[in-house]
Design a protein around this ligand. Sequence first.
Ligand SMILES: NC(=O)c1ccc[n+]([C@@H]2O[C@H](COP(=O)([O-])OP(=O)(O)OC[C@H]3O[C@@H](n4cnc5c(N)ncnc54)[C@H](O)[C@@H]3O)[C@@H](O)[C@H]2O)c1
Length: 267
Amino acid sequence: MGHGLLAGKKGIIFGALDSKSIAWKVAEKCVEEGAVIVLTNAPVAMRLGEINELATKLNAQIVPADATSMEDLENLFSQSMEILGGKIDFVLHSIGMSVNVRKKKDYTDLNYEWMKTTFDVSAISFHKVMQVAYKMDAINDWGSIVALSYIAAQRTFPDYSEMAESKALLESFARSFGYHWAKKGHVRVNTVSQSPTMTTAGSGVKGFGDFFGYAEKMSPLGNASGEACADYCVSLFSDLTRMVTMQNLFHDGGFSSMGMAPELIEE
Ligand SMILES: NC(=O)c1ccc[n+]([C@@H]2O[C@H](COP(=O)([O-])OP(=O)(O)OC[C@H]3O[C@@H](n4cnc5c(N)ncnc54)[C@H](O)[C@@H]3O)[C@@H](O)[C@H]2O)c1
């Protein structure tokens, strides 16, 4: 049972690949809280087909878009405004992919063409989404834009490779574009820095299982789940957080403030 926190709001959710995806859970919660949404993902992700299940369940339409393509994004925003009957109130960017990680290249031997693709998909796409929406005047006053990040933007996690720089860039885009959006229409832009979560993108990082257990012990509240992340995103899309902008918000059970966990030393 929801609380009607997003009653009457219209949203676009990027990145629901399967039921483990954080975006999948955010989509479910947004609808539970009264929003109407359009789901979008890269055309290749459509082939897996699972997103159709979610769309049926949530009575939502799907508009495929490669988030690196300006043409796809323009089509996405114009179709979404038509489907939803007006401008958009909230957007979730939940997109990440590293070619070098996928191809198991060491950080000291990265392929720079692949790195460019990684940055384009994982970070520049966020700027592209915002620029397209800005130029099309597609977001309502007091709207909210959120992207998902990870603490490797600030600290070194050796196996996270070039995704660390992608997240640093992503968070910087939130601050820089956040200024322009605030001035244009009181729209806020934030990143949520989420705990390690068992998803397709998460499990692609080497040693993820062990690291998940380590973070669980390091965080006094334990790792934040995908469901909890969805709750937090709902709060950021709701009218209760209208003055929060240009922030990177840690949603990590306390991990980011810890220096030492006695539990880990005992082990
Ligand atoms: N899983 C974790 O441990 C964790 C922790 C912190 C932050 N995050 C971030 O959360 C976000 C969502 O990841 P997830 O863990 O739910 O994994 P996921 O694999 O379910 O989601 C990643 C999504 O990105 C989409 N995508 C890839 N290339 C795209 C493109 N060109 N255009 C449009 N979409 C594209 C994929 O299809 C997929 O739906 C990512 O930004 C990820 O970095 C994940």
